[in-house]
Design a protein. Sequence first.
Length: 373
Amino acid sequence: MSWILGAVYCGFIWLVFAKLRWLKLTLPMAVLAGSVGPTLIVALLFCAQYFHPYTTSAIAIEKIDPISVQLTQPGRVTEVLVEPNVPIRTGDVLFRVDAEPWKLAVEQAEVGVEQAKQNVTLAQSSVAVAEANLRRATSDLQYAENDRDRLQKLRASNAASQNDLELAQTRYEQANSARAQAEERLSQARISIEVSDSQVEQAANALNAAKYNLEQCTVVAPGDGFVTNLQVRKGLLVSASMGPIMTFVHENAEADQGVIVATFMEKNFLRIKSGQYAEVAMYGYPGQILTGRVLNTIDVSGAGQLDATGRLPTGLVSGTPTQFAVRIKLDQADLRIPGGARGQAAVYTKNVQIAGIPVMFLIRAKSWLSYIL
């Protein structure tokens, strides 16, 4: 750019002093022309590159979801229902895995639930029997107590023998012991109900887990979009340990349509603000300038991140100066821009606005050069 401005300035000097001879070239005039002009050019270029950031690192980014299976054991793909690069909707089936092992697990879990419920019924019956035994033991104890008390009164008046009284006392003690045992059995029966209820809950949880695992045999689209680089085929053995096995590209939401990410050097990144006017030249659209506005700035980069490793970092600063990302929203948001498309971008601030002219010329010139380069 400096060569172009220098050539324009030299042409202007030649036109004024040599061709049209508007002014006479004297020594003071030559000194003035040779010092003021280059100084203005240098100042203009400095303001252009500092106040109006320009970058050749602009790219369109798509949201990608890696599709993986969440199976408890390896399984074979039985059906692939999606075609590569064909739009699909949320919930559409991508592929299915042989679900027979997980169906058996669901059936076993259902049997476990039924058995647990039967155990609850048996425990409730045991409680009913224990309560009946307790009532009978209580009645027997009351009868034995009355009989003992009666014989004690008769013995006091010598109307009953000592042997009869001792037998009555023995029957009372036996009835009292039987009642205590009946109370203990009732307590154990009630505890068995609580245990059975917990077993029912555990069996229900196992059934829910089995049903969830069965659902994982059918993999569906996480959103609107399409699958690309489809390598999954019928008969492929897949497992959770394989990691992602399919790439799903999300359809851009309205807020994300026409958004370009450009990276700028940190020397002038802080001068970029949301809402500033921006121009983008994509290599896929040579000769065209796409206008837009700064959507927001990303005030962090990977160079400013420390991982939790338990080790003290060494050599924090190394390599080239950091570049920071800026999201630019194009005015023509519905323009077809594939993910990964590259280009260049410029942001124009309100400072020294005349210095933005060289940047405008530069981005337009490079856009036209995209036809041949």
